[in-house]
Design a protein around this ligand. Structure first.
Ligand SMILES: CC(C)(COP(=O)(O)OP(=O)(O)OC[C@H]1O[C@@H](n2cnc3c(N)ncnc32)[C@H](O)[C@@H]1OP(=O)(O)O)[C@@H](O)C(=O)NCCC(=O)NCCS
Length: 203
C-alpha cells in the first residue's frame, strides 16, 4: 500500500467511461469473496456498468491512489434501476422518484479500515441530495446462512457499519438477483434485503 493520501472523485456521465474497466476489475475481485462469492462475468460487467455512464443522475465515487482506482462506490436514482430492484418498492407503495439507490462499495482489502467506506456513504448521500425530490437512500445486501461452511472464520458482517451510517434493515423489502457463484456452473437466485435511510423530511 502506498503511503500517499487516497483521493476521492465523484464522476458522472461520459467521463465515467474511461473507468469502466477498472470498475469491472474491482467488482470481480472484491465480490469473489464472501458473502457474494460472485464468479465474475465480464460481458455482464460491461452491460451493468455502462448504465452508470448513461443513466441520468448516476454517479460513481472513485478512490484513487496515485492515479490507480483502488475502490469505487456507485449510485443512481431508483427509477433508473432495473425492474428487479425497483419493483419491490413499487409493490410496497413507495414512489421510486423519492429514492436513490446505492449499487455497491468495493475497496481493495489493503485500503480498508481507514474511513474510505464511511466517505463513500457521505459522498453518495451528498450527491443524492442534489436531487430535490429525493427523500431516501437505499442499498441491498445478500442474505447468507450464518452456518454456511463457506463463511470465513472471524468474518464480521457489515450490519453494524451500516447501522452507524444511519441505515435500517427492512426485511419487508427484498429482491432476488441471480449470479453464478465461484466454482459454480449455473446462475443461482440470491435474496437481498434492502436497507434504508431517510435523507430529508420533505422535498
Ligand atoms: C464495505 C467497505 C467498502 C467498507 O470500507 P472501509 O473503508 O473498510 O470502511 P471504513 O474504514 O470507512 O469504516 C470501517 C470502520 O472503520 C472506522 N474508521 C473510520 N475512519 C478510520 C480511520 N481513519 N482509521 C481506521 N478506522 C476508521 C469507521 O468508523 C468504521 O467503523 P464503524 O462502523 O465502527 O464506525 C469494504 O469493507 C469493502 O469493500 N468490503 C467488501 C465489499 C462489500 O461487502 N461491500 C458492501 C456491499 S456492496
Amino acid at each position: 500500500m502506498s503511503s500517499t493520501a487516497i483521493s476521492l472523485r465523484t464522476v458522472s456521465g461520459e467521463a465515467l467511461r474511461a473507468h469502466l474497466d477498472d470498475l469491472a476489475r474491482l467488482r470481480i475481485t472484491v465480490f469473489r469473496e464472501w458473502p457474494y462469492l460472485y464468479e465474475g462475468d465480464e460481458a455482464y460487467e460491461r452491460r451493468y456498468l455502462a448504465r452508470y455512464a448513461e443513466a441520468p443522475g448516476a454517479a460513481v465515487v472513485l478512490a484513487m491512489d496515485d492515479g490507480r482506482v483502488v475502490g469505487a462506490s456507485t449510485c443512481l436514482p431508483l427509477a433508473e434501476e432495473d425492474e428487479e430492484i425497483s419493483a419491490p418498492f413499487r409493490q410496497a407503495g413507495w414512489d421510486p422518484d423519492t429514492v436513490f439507490y446505492f449499487g455497491e462499495s468495493v475497496l481493495l482489502p489493503e485500503y480498508r479500515g481507514r474511513g474510505i467506506g464511511v466517505a463513500f456513504f457521505a459522498e453518495r448521500e451528498a450527491w443524492a441530495l442534489r436531487f430535490p425530490r429525493i427523500l431516501w437512500s437505499t442499498f441491498c445486501a445478500v442474505e447468507r446462512d450464518a452456518a454456511d461452511p463457506r463463511r470465513p472464520e472471524g468474518y464480521t458482517p457489515l450490519d453494524s457499519f451500516w447501522g452507524k451510517r444511519g441505515y435500517e434493515k427492512r426485511p419487508d423489502l427484498a429482491c432476488t438477483l441471480a449470479w453464478r457463484e465461484v466454482d459454480g456452473t449455473e446462475e443461482i437466485p440470491h435474496r437481498l434485503t434492502f436497507w434504508l435511510k431517510r435523507l430529508r423530511e420533505t422535498s
